[in-house]
Design a protein around this ligand. Structure first.
Ligand code: ATP
Length: 442
């Protein structure tokens, strides 16, 4: 399967089955903004829930936070975003297309897609201009007098400015972390590749505050933990790799940075960054706010500004990664079977209940079983069409198990469970179904 074909097929499956729709589609769509449909919202929620469980619930040293999207404008001066959160923009005067100068090697000339921008005879590229990626808006009723504020381009700053609030209101001591999931907005010059790079997206970020000198040790621990998490949600290990930021790439304040990359159909690309940010962030907020942000270490009787190790992943990007990784086509009895082979913990629907035929009391029994299961986890009921077709529909939605109520169910209470990946079948008593499936969900 050609790689572009795979992305096209995935985009169309996502629309057809209700994973992802283009925003405002009835008006022709809005560039690189996407909406999640019934299956997509469950899938992305499962990603966020797994992250929250691993980062907050299962740990003693991390607290959760939900900071507002709108923040004091000075935050973005202190963070460096007003002055420096820019990408170099290049225009083509001939075809009016725009490119990121630093990504031009990966771009195609719209007039001649086999060439890169600038290589075709008629291309006329401008010099790069810096373009700030932050969305501006106004706070206050009268636009002319109102303060200009920004939609946050990352969730991290909400954590830095709340670090002392969390410290003072919880029982944490350094080393400890703060985790947050929330929307971020970037007016990207060249968004694209479906939900890979969008203008509105969700981040899952954790900032870990450590004593200076212990930062590289924590950085390595977090690197290992984050790669392990991506394995735990079922991503193919061979398609994940590390990319170390070399001296040219490393942000001026960063002491070390690695990206976790995934091998997408459009090449290896970042899905998460792990950064040792030193004391840059707290140092800048201390300077711009005039408030002391030092930590007093009682045991050692010393004061210091903690260093920060950050883990920053995109919920939408991880969702796309799961979709790409799960998609497969197989030939079964002369027909193509499309499967989304999600890890059961990630699958939007965990099980389907299907009466084999619409008679002999099977629909009534299946309906009772369905309502019992639905209380335990997302379950789907389907009684329309041939059983083979119904199995295929569930394969395409990534549902791990189909529970079929058949003639034998009426006699001995057992139900056929058909497994998505192997297509093998086992019989389980209807009273054991919830336990049987629950035991296989983690
Ligand atoms: P890129 O170089 O791909 O633009 P970045 O290095 O600017 O990404 P970070 O600022 O480190 O990204 O953001 C952390 C994470 O947030 C990324 O790994 C990615 O998963 C996600 N992310 C960043 N920008 C976007 C976007 N425009 N759309 C979707 N997810 C994004």
């Amino acid at each position: 399967m050609a790689d572009t074909t795979l992305m096209d097929k995935l985009v169309s499956l996502c629309k057809r089955r209700g994973f992802v729709f283009q925003s405002s589609e009835v008006y022709g769509g809005l560039g690189s903004v996407w909406d999640y449909g019934p299956l997509g919202v469950e899938l992305k929620k499962n990603v966020k829930d797994r992250w929250w469980r691993a980062m907050v619930h299962e740990r003693d040293d991390i607290e959760g936070l939900d900071a507002a999207i709108l923040m004091h404008p000075k935050v973005w001066e202190a963070s460096g975003h007003v002055a420096g959160f820019s990408d170099p923009l290049v225009d083509c005067k001939t075809c009016k297309a725009r490119f990121r100068a630093d990504k031009i090697q990966d771009a195609q000339c719209p007039q001649k897609p086999s060439k890169k921008p600038g290589e075709h005879t008629t291309c006329e590229l401008t010099e790069p201009r810096m373009f700030n990626l932050m969305f501006k808006t106004f706070m206050g009723p009268v636009e002319e007098q109102a303060a200009v504020i920004y939609l946050r381009p990352e969730t991290a700053q909400g954590i830095y400015v709340n670090y002392q609030n969390v410290l003072n209101s919880s029982r944490q001591k350094v080393p400890f972390g703060i985790a947050q999931i929330g929307k971020a907005f970037r007016n990207e010059i060249t968004p694209g590749n479906f939900i890979f790079r969008t203008r509105e997206f969700e981040q899952m970020e954790m900032q870990f505050f450590v004593k200076p000198g212990t930062d590289m040790e924590w950085f390595e621990r977090w690197r290992a933990a984050r790669m392990e998490w991506h394995h735990s949600i079922g991503l193919t290990k061979g398609k994940l790799r590390w990319h170390e930021h070399g001296p040219g790439e490393l942000a001026h304040y960063a002491r070390a940075a690695y990206d976790i990359e995934y091998q997408f159909p459009f090449g290896w690309n970042e899905i998460e960054g792990i950064h040792n940010r030193g004391d840059f962030d707290l140092g800048r907020h201390q300077e711009y706010s005039g408030k002391k942000l030092e930590y007093f270490d009682q045991a050692a009787n010393e004061r210091y500004l903690p260093f920060i190790v950050e883990t920053s992943a995109g919920a939408d990007r991880v969702t796309l990664t799961l979709l790409v990784d799960a998609y497969r086509e197989e030939q079964v009895e002369g027909e193509t079977r499309v499967v989304l082979g999600f890890h059961p913990a990630i699958a939007p629907i965990k099980a389907a209940v299907l009466p084999l035929v619409k008679k002999d009391g099977m629909p009534e029994l299946a309906d009772r079983i369905y309502h019992d299961m639905k209380r335990a986890f997302p379950t789907f009921y389907d009684d329309s069409g041939a059983i083979g077709r119904r199995y295929r529909r569930m394969d395409e939605a990534g549902t791990p198990w189909c529970c079929t109520v058949d003639g034998q169910t009426l006699q001995d209470g057992t139900v056929t469970i058909r497994e998505r990946d192997t297509m093998t079948q086992v019989r389980v008593h209807q009273d054991q179904l919830v336990t049987w499936i629950r035991g296989r969900l983690s």
